[in-house]
Design a protein around this ligand. Structure first.
Ligand code: ADP
Ligand code: ZN
Ligand code: ZN
Length: 739
C-alpha cells in the first residue's frame, strides 16, 4: 500500500472525516497501520450502528476528539476528487450552507459512495491502422478490413468472432500492419469514445458564419485560456449552437476538454446528433444512466479520456483532467437549479469552476435570466448578441388575441380556429401551447360546490382521461373520480378548466382529418415514443402539435408556421416573484418554434388581459422590453438580482413546530445581522403551496444588501441550528422559486 512519505505511519493517527449525513460537523476516527490518506480519500467508518463511506478532510487535526472510534478501512490513499473538485466542495458547503459530508456525497457517483474501486475498466479492441496493404489475394482479410471500416475502424474481439472472423484472419491482417491491438474505454452508449484529436477525422461541411456569428466567434477566441465569462444572447435559431461548435473545436484542437450543460438531454436528441456529426462521439451524463455508466463516464472525464461531455445539471460536478471550456446552453432554464438536498445552481457552479480554472465560460440563451443580464450590463460578463436568424429564416410576427367576451371551445376561440385552418391549408403545421397537462384542473359539483381536493395537499386535483383518474400534481396522489357528488349526492360533477388532453380532444373534433400529436409528460413516457413523434412531425406534413413546455425546449420544427398560446395570463398572475420572468421566457421560447425555415411564422397569444403591461411590453418590444420593465419592478421591490435572497423552509405534521422553529431562526438571524440593518427577514409565512403530502409548509425570506452580510447571517443558523423536533427544514440560497 502506498504511504504518505511525510507522515509517520507506524503510530496511530487521527483522520477527520466528512460523513454523508445532514449534520453540520466533522467526525474524528483513529487509524493505525493502514497507510495515511490524503484529504479527499474515501474512508470507511462506523457511524451509529452503520458502516458508512466518508471522505478524509484532514489528518491529525489540531483539536482532536478525545475518544475517537477506529477507522474500518481506507478505500483510497489519494484524493479521488482531485484538488479542484475538493476545493469546490468546500466552496459549495460554504455558499449553499450545506453539510460538507453531504456535499462530498453529492460529488461522488453513487457507485463510488458504495465503495466501488475507482479505476477504469478498459477493453481490448482491434483497431485499423492507416496502412492499406494489397488484400486482393486474401478475401477474408479484405472482408475484415471492410467490416472494421464500417464500424468506425475498431471492434471488440468478441464482435469480430460473432461476425465470423477467425483468429487466423485477424492475425493475418495484423501481420500486414493493417490492424493493431488497442484499448478503449467505453462511453455510456457502449460505443468507443473518440480518442483525443479525433475531432478532425469527423470534419463536415461547415456553414460560413454570418457577420454577427463571426464577430462573436472572434471575440470568444480571444478569450480562450483565461476566465472570460460571456453571455451569448441570440434569438432562437440565430446560430448560437453553431458558435458553440466552432469554439469547442478550437479548444479541442488545443487538446483540452469541454463541458456542455444542457437543460434536458432526453428532449434534445437533435443537438446530441449535431455534436456527434461534428466531433465523433461525445459522452453524455444524465439521470437516466445506470450507476455503472455514470461511474465510467466520471472516471474517463477525470482521466482526460472524454473530449466533450454533454450533460444535465449534475454534470457540472464532474472532475476533469484538463477542462478548457464550459458552455451552458439555455442558461436561464430552471432545471439547472437543484430543488432538494444540495440546492446548487449548475450555472452558478459553472461560473465558479471556470473562474477557479481560469477558463472561458459561455452562457447562451434567447431569453437570458435577469441575473445574467445584470451581470453582463455591469461589465462582469462579456455580452455578445445575435439579432437575426441564421440561414435566412425570418422572425415570427406576434399578435395578441383578445378573448374577452368570446366563447371558447376547449380553449380555442373561433378566430384562432380560422387562423389555424389557414395555416394548415397552406401546408404548414400549427403548434398549440398550454402549460397544463391532464384534461381539466378541477372537478366539481355545481349544485353544492364540492371540489376534488387532494387529501394530503389541500390542492385541487387534476382530472386525467385515458386512463381516467384524479391526480394531484403536487404529491402524485391518484384516485378514481367519483361518479356522483360526494358532497350532496345529487349533483352531476363537472370538469372545469383546461388541460392539454382537453384541448387535444377539442382539436380532434375541429380538425378530424389533420394528424395531431400531443407532447407532454403523460404522453411522452419513453424516449422512443418521443423520438417517433418528433420524426413524424419533421416529415413536415400538415399537423397539429399540442403540448406543454416540453414543446418549447430546443426542438427544431422547420414546418411550424403558427404558434398559438392558449392562456398567457395565468403565469403573469402567480404569487412567485420569478413567475413573470419564467412566463415571458416560455412564451418567447415557444414562439421561437415558428418559422424556423423558409416559411415565415406567426404567433397568436390568447388573453383576457390585453392591457397587461408586461404582456404588452413582451409583444411590442420583445424580450428586452419585458426585461426592462421587470428589472424596474425588481429593483423597486428590492428583489434579486438587486439583492441576494435565501429562503429558509420548514415543514411539519403540525403547524406550530415549524412556525416556532422559524421564529427562533428569525431572531437568531436578526441578532447575527447586527445593528447594521442591511439584512431583512420576512416571515414566517405559509408557503405558496401551504401543504404537500400531509406536511404543513412555512418559510422565511432573507434578503440582504450584499452577499457578505447574507452569508455571515445564514452561518449563525447553519453552524448551530436551533433544535427542531418534528420539523424538516432547509436553506435555499438563490432560490429559483418560492413554492
Ligand atoms: P440556435 O442555437 O441559436 O437556436 P442554431 O445554431 O441551431 O441556432 O442555428 C439554427 C439553424 O441555422 C440550424 O439549422 C443551423 O444549422 C443553421 N445555421 C446556423 N448558422 C448558420 C450559418 N452561418 N449559415 C447557414 N445556416 C446556419
Ligand atoms: Zn354536490
Ligand atoms: Zn397531493
Amino acid at each position: 500500500m502506498p504511504h504518505n512519505p511525510d507522515h509517520p505511519a507506524d503510530r496511530p493517527y487521527l483522520v477527520r472525516v466528512a460523513v454523508p449525513k445532514p449534520l453540520p460537523r466533522l467526525f474524528d476516527y483513529v487509524a493505525e497501520g493502514l497507510g495515511v490518506p490524503a484529504p479527499g480519500a474515501r474512508v470507511r467508518v462506523p457511524f451509529g450502528r452503520q458502516s458508512i463511506t466518508g471522505i478524509c478532510v484532514a489528518v491529525d487535526p489540531a483539536d482532536p476528539h478525545p475518544d475517537p472510534k477506529p477507522v474500518e478501512d481506507l478505500l483510497d490513499h489519494h484524493n479521488v476528487l482531485g484538488d479542484e473538485l475538493l476545493a469546490l466542495a468546500h466552496w459549495l458547503a460554504d455558499y449553499y450552507h450545506h453539510p460538507l459530508g453531504e456535499v462530498l456525497g453529492t460529488l461522488l457517483p453513487a457507485a463510488a459512495r458504495r465503495g466501488a474501486p475507482l479505476t477504469l475498466r478498459r477493453e481490448p479492441i482491434w483497431r485499423l491502422t492507416e496502412a492499406r496493404p494489397d488484400l486482393r489475394r486474401a478475401p477474408r482479410q479484405q472482408a475484415l478490413a471492410e467490416f472494421l471500416g464500417r464500424h468506425g475502424g475498431r471492434a471488440r474481439p468478441q464482435e469480430l468472432a460473432e461476425a465470423g472472423f477467425t483468429r487466423e484472419v485477424i492475425s493475418g491482417l495484423a501481420a500486414k500492419g493493417a490492424l493493431v491491438r488497442d484499448f478503449a474505454a467505453r462511453d455510456s452508449a457502449g460505443r468507443d469514445a473518440a480518442p483525443p484529436g479525433a475531432a478532425s477525422e469527423h470534419r463536415v461541411e461547415l456553414p460560413t458564419l454570418n457577420p454577427e456569428q463571426q464577430t462573436a466567434f472572434d471575440r470568444l477566441q480571444q478569450g480562450t485560456g483565461r476566465f472570460t465569462p460571456t453571455l451569448l444572447e441570440g434569438v432562437t435559431g440565430s446560430g448560437k449552437t453553431e458558435v458553440y461548435l466552432r469554439l469547442i473545436d478550437t479548444v479541442r484542437r488545443a487538446g483540452r476538454q469541454v463541458l456542455v450543460l444542457v437543460p434536458e438531454i432526453a428532449l434534445t436528441p437533435q443537438t446530441l446528433r449535431r455534436f456527434e456529426r461534428r466531433f465523433g462521439a461525445a459522452a453524455t451524463f444524465h439521470s437516466n444512466m445506470t450507476d455503472a455508466q455514470r461511474l465510467d463516464v466520471w472516471l474517463r472525464c477525470r482521466a482526460g479520456e472524454v473530449g466533450i461531455l454533454i450533460g444535465t445539471r449534475s454534470a457540472v460536478l464532474t472532475p476533469f483532467a484538463d477542462l478548457g471550456l464550459i458552455v451552458v446552453d439555455e442558461e436561464h432554464d430552471g432545471s439547472f437549479k437543484q430543488q432538494d438536498g444540495l440546492r446548487y445552481s449548475a450555472r452558478d457552479v459553472a461560473v465558479k469552476r471556470a473562474q477557479g480554472l481560469g477558463i472561458p465560460l459561455l452562457l447562451g440563451s434567447a431569453t437570458p435570466s435577469l441575473e445574467t443580464l445584470v451581470n453582463a450590463s455591469a461589465g462582469r460578463y462579456g455580452h455578445l448578441q445575435l439579432t437575426g436568424r441564421a440561414g435566412g429564416a425570418r422572425m415570427p410576427e406576434f399578435h395578441l388575441l383578445d378573448i374577452r367576451g368570446h366563447t371558447l371551445r376547449d380553449g380555442i376561440s373561433d378566430r384562432l380556429r380560422r387562423i389555424m385552418r389557414v395555416h394548415l391549408e397552406a401546408g404548414g403545421q400549427a403548434l398549440v401551447f398550454l402549460n397544463r397537462r391532464g384534461f381539466a384542473p378541477s372537478y366539481l359539483c355545481p349544485s353544492c360546490g364540492w371540489q376534488a381536493v387532494c387529501r394530503h395537499c389541500e390542492m385541487r386535483m387534476t382530472l386525467h382521461r385515458k386512463p381516467e383518474a384524479l391526480i394531484c400534481h403536487h404529491c402524485g396522489q391518484r384516485q378514481a373520480p367519483p361518479r356522483s357528488c360526494p358532497g350532496c349526492g345529487r349533483g352531476e360533477l363537472l370538469a372545469v378548466g383546461l388541460g392539454t388532453q382537453r384541448t387535444e380532444a377539442g382539436l380532434e373534433a375541429m380538425f378530424p382529418d389533420v394528424p395531431l400529436y400531443r407532447i407532454d409528460r403523460d404522453s411522452v413516457r419513453s424516449q422512443r415514443r418521443l423520438e417517433a413523434q418528433l420524426a413524424a412531425i419533421r416529415t413536415g406534413k400538415p399537423a397539429i402539435l399540442v403540448g406543454t413546455q416540453m414543446l418549447a425546449k430546443g426542438h427544431h420544427f422547420p414546418n411550424v408556421t403558427l404558434v398559438a398560446v392558449i392562456n398567457a395570463d395565468s403565469g403573469f398572475l402567480s404569487a412567485d416573484f420569478r413567475a413573470p420572468e419564467r412566463t415571458a421566457q416560455l412564451i418567447i421560447q415557444v414562439a421561437g418554434r415558428a418559422g424556423r425555415a423558409e416559411r415565415p411564422g406567426e404567433v397568436w397569444i390568447q388573453t383576457h388581459q390585453p392591457e397587461n403591461v408586461m404582456l404588452a411590453a413582451l409583444i411590442e418590444e420583445g424580450y428586452p422590453g419585458f426585461v426592462e420593465r421587470e428589472l424596474e419592478h425588481r429593483r423597486a421591490a428590492g428583489l434579486p438580482p438587486f439583492r441576494p435572497m435565501a429562503l429558509i423552509r420548514a415543514e411539519g405534521r403540525e403547524s406550530e413546530p415549524p412556525q416556532a422553529f422559524l421564529r427562533e431562526v428569525k431572531e437568531t438571524l436578526l441578532s447575527a445581522a447586527g445593528a447594521a440593518g442591511n439584512v431583512e427577514v420576512l416571515g414566517p409565512a405559509a408557503a405558496p403551496i401551504p401543504r404537500v403530502a400531509d406536511r404543513l409548509r412555512f418559510q422565511l425570506m432573507v434578503l440582504a444588501d450584499a452577499r457578505g452580510p447574507l452569508h455571515r447571517t445564514l452561518r449563525a443558523i447553519t453552524d448551530s441550528p436551533p433544535r427542531a423536533a418534528g420539523v424538516r427544514w432547509s436553506v435555499d440560497v438563490d432560490p429559483y422559486d418560492t413554492f
